[in-house]
Design a protein around this ligand. Structure first.
Ligand code: FAD
Length: 368
């Protein structure tokens, strides 16, 4: 008889949901994480009473009622609605592309005028049948103004490459909204947990033992013996000693400032779409929770190349990496005692609602 039923490697959202469901069924869970805190990438640090999203802005949004009900059983959500702005050469534009944006770009006031303007802008590029790169694709989809002002520089900074060197498939479509509506998401439900994401994570981890600053790989043979089964939510290539190759990621670098002023930018998220400005956006955290503190905390977000020691943020889903991941997946399927889940073990980008859904799906099969 082992001390625990499950060792869960990673106290992020995936591991925490699994721990919650397993504990509810009387299973004994030990959750370990190499970081100093719980929550993985949704962790918030309290700075002057403001919940700072340490690993990038996190806005909960979903169209799945059952996932919305699931999180709302645990914590109340506020009414935050994501309405980011884009700043280009000192001028502000609303996102996503909607009637406000078209008015700011061209002075058009009605949907018919906006559609006609977009058609006029796109018409010059329709002779390109097979766009050879992202630039050609974006010009064909939206014409030169939107591409130049709102897409080109931002995308080039994100990927660290020129738009003419990026594959066309990165932009499949450019969604236009012909109403005056700045709500970024189309989903039925969105918000931020009242009190921040740590409240949600603490609720999920109630009843589990948690050990932080504990890296599974530093004492693997010990951890392998402590529980009947293991749920691993770390990087799958590391789990297998990189034997099929290293999976590539894009990383991010954050620069945080505490400012002695009430309000810096009047909005949670402002994107900077010029190539010459090295950061992609500035986050002002208090606006996620309608904070009234006398000070404010902002974070400059810089895209970064990934290398060992940096945080892996976005998977690079090209042919090479997809092949490597498939090779690891084949190894993972042979494991008897190890389950894999979460964004790092599945080498995927998943929003929080998808992460919760995937964890619940695993629970359905595993916890009978
Ligand atoms: P993680 O949160 O990464 O948790 C994995 C944990 O495993 C980490 O804590 C790590 O320290 C730990 N670990 C790894 N290896 C080991 C080891 N060897 N030993 C011990 N512990 C280990 N989703 C939304 O819905 N809305 C958003 O606005 C949003 N914004 C995002 C912004 C950014 C920049 C990024 C990258 C993601 C965003 N997401 C957003 C997605 C969201 O972050 C994920 O859905 C969620 O964090 C995934 O949880 P996870 O448990 O799979 O991974």
């Amino acid at each position: 008889m082992k001390e625990y039923d499950y060792l869960i490697v990673g106290a992020g959202l995936f591991g925490a949901v699994f721990a919650h469901e397993a504990t509810k069924l009387g299973k004994r869970c030990l959750v370990i994480d190499k970081r100093k805190h719980r929550g993985g990438n949704v962790y918030c640090e309290d700075v002057a009473g403001i919940h700072v999203h340490k690993y990038g802005a996190h806005i909960f949004h979903t169209d799945k009622k059952e996932i919305w009900d699931y999180v709302n059983q645990l914590v109340e959500f506020n009414r935050f609605t994501n309405s980011p702005l884009a700043c280009y050469e000192g001028r502000l534009y609303n996102l996503p592309f909607n009637m406000n944006t078209f008015y700011q770009l061209w002075g058009v006031r009605t949907p018919a005028e906006a559609k006609a303007k977009i058609e006029e802008q796109r018409s010059c590029y329709q002779s390109v049948t097979e766009p050879a790169n992202l630039e050609e694709q974006a010009l064909k989809l939206c014409g030169k103004d939107i591409y130049r002002i709102l897409i080109k520089g931002y995308t080039e900074k994100q990927w660290g490459r020129s738009a003419t060197e990026l594959p066309a498939f990165i932009i499949r479509r450019v969604p236009f909204r012909f109403v005056f509506d700045n709500n970024y998401f189309n989903d039925a439900y969105q918000g931020i947990p009242k009190g921040g994401y740590n409240v949600l994570i603490d609720k999920l981890l109630e009843g589990s033992d948690v050990r932080l600053e504990t890296d599974y790989f530093e004492n693997r043979s010990y951890w392998d013996e402590i529980a009947g089964k293991i749920l691993f939510t770390g990087c799958i290539d590391e789990f297998y000693g990189f034997r099929c190759g290293s999976l590539e990621y894009r990383s991010l670098r954050f620069e945080q400032q505490l400012l002695e002023m009430e309000d810096f930018q009047g909005n949670a998220v402002v994107n900077y779409t010029e190539r010459e400005i090295p950061y992609t956006r500035i986050i002002e955290h208090k606006h996620f929770e309608f904070g009234k503190q006398p000070v404010t905390v902002i974070t400059y977000e810089y895209p970064d190349n990934f290398e060992p020691g940096k945080e892996p943020y976005y998977p690079v889903n090209d042919a090479r990496n997809s092949q490597i991941y498939q090779d690891y997946q084949a190894l993972a399927q042979k494991e008897q005692r190890v389950l894999f889940g979460g964004r790092l073990a599945q080498y995927t980008y998943a929003d929080m609602d998808d992460t919760i859904e995937a964890a619940l799906e695993l629970c359905k099969h595993e916890l009978k």
